[in-house]
Design a protein around this ligand. Structure first.
Ligand code: SAH
Length: 265
């Protein structure tokens, strides 16, 4: 009898101690949790930020492999630059998730940021080297200008839509591209004060080559320009200024660009 009683007391004691410990552990856990939560949240945010950056870099690498190298772009400098420039920074919030698809995307005002492959192709065809001076007609988002600036080029870029010129100017300043000069003007007449240029790139399609642009090319300089009907397929041309009055042109194939317009908004 007394033995049973002892067993019972021991059992009650064990249960009481276990319960107490569990209760205390529960309290401790809650207390720890209270302290831990903000710390964990911080860590999660940190990890998310890192993964976010990595995801963009990985997506960019894939885009370069599948959409640029696989399509025949060979210039190591151009390939390296396309891997580096953060295209997502040039794209409106609602399309950022598509930044590393090999497609043009809307940038507002009825305009588009060009397809990465076309940016790479035109950049390669310009055949520029560090220290060169390049004129771009059609700033748009500023992405093409940034790609050129990363090749250590001094870039003069003109945009006919004032809001786009201002937005691109601010974006390029925020991203610390100091060698890019943006002007809100009709690019048909070029930028005579800064001529001659080692290369000129036009990223909107006129129906003929503007004469002032040819005149502002340095001897040996290259103009890359899409020419053709509005809304249709245009032909991408590479025009080299061989001498003062001699030009050689070669077709680079069919492309689709937004129209080259002639009125300031
Ligand atoms: N290079 C740009 C692509 C922009 S699309 C980028 O990387 O994002 C072409 C741009 O050319 C448009 O923003 C359009 O407004 C501009 N444009 C059209 N006609 C122009 C002209 N006559 N002078 C300057 N810019 C022009």
């Amino acid at each position: 009898m007394s033995r049973r009683l002892t067993v019972l007391i021991v059992l009650i004691l064990v249960i009481a101690i276990a319960g107490g410990v569990t209760f205390l552990r529960g309290r401790l856990y809650v207390a720890e949790e209270n302290v831990e939560v903000p710390q964990e949240t911080k860590e999660i945010q940190l990890v998310a930020a890192t993964v976010g950056t990595d995801l963009y870099a990985e997506a960019r690498d894939q885009m370069v492999e599948r959409g640029i190298v696989a399509y025949g772009i060979v210039s190591p400098d151009v390939i390296a630059v396309m891997r580096r420039v953060p295209r997502h920074q040039f794209i409106p919030e609602e399309y950022k998730h598509l930044a590393y698809e090999n497609n043009p995307l809307p940038i507002g005002y009825g305009q588009t940021i060009s397809q990465p492959y076309i940016v790479a192709l035109m950049t390669q065809e310009l055949d520029v080297e560090a220290g060169d001076k390049v004129l771009e007609i059609g700033t748009g988002s500023g992405y093409q200008a940034a790609v050129l600036a990363e090749l250590d080029i001094e870039v003069f870029t003109m945009e006919i839509i004032e809001s786009l010129a201002n937005e691109a100017g601010q974006r390029l300043k925020d991203l610390a591209y100091e060698s890019i000069h943006v002007q809100n003007a009709d690019g048909y007449f070029g930028w005579p004060d800064e001529a001659p240029f080692d290369a000129i790139i036009v990223t909107a399609a006129p129906d003929h080559i503007p004469q002032p642009l040819l005149q502002q090319l340095a001897i040996g300089g290259v103009l890359v320009i899409p020419v053709g009907p509005v809304g249709g397929v245009q032909e991408l041309w590479r025009v080299t200024r061989v001498s003062l009055d001699e030009f050689q042109s070669a077709s680079l194939g069919g492309v689709r660009f937004v129209p080259f317009t002639r009125t300031l908004d």
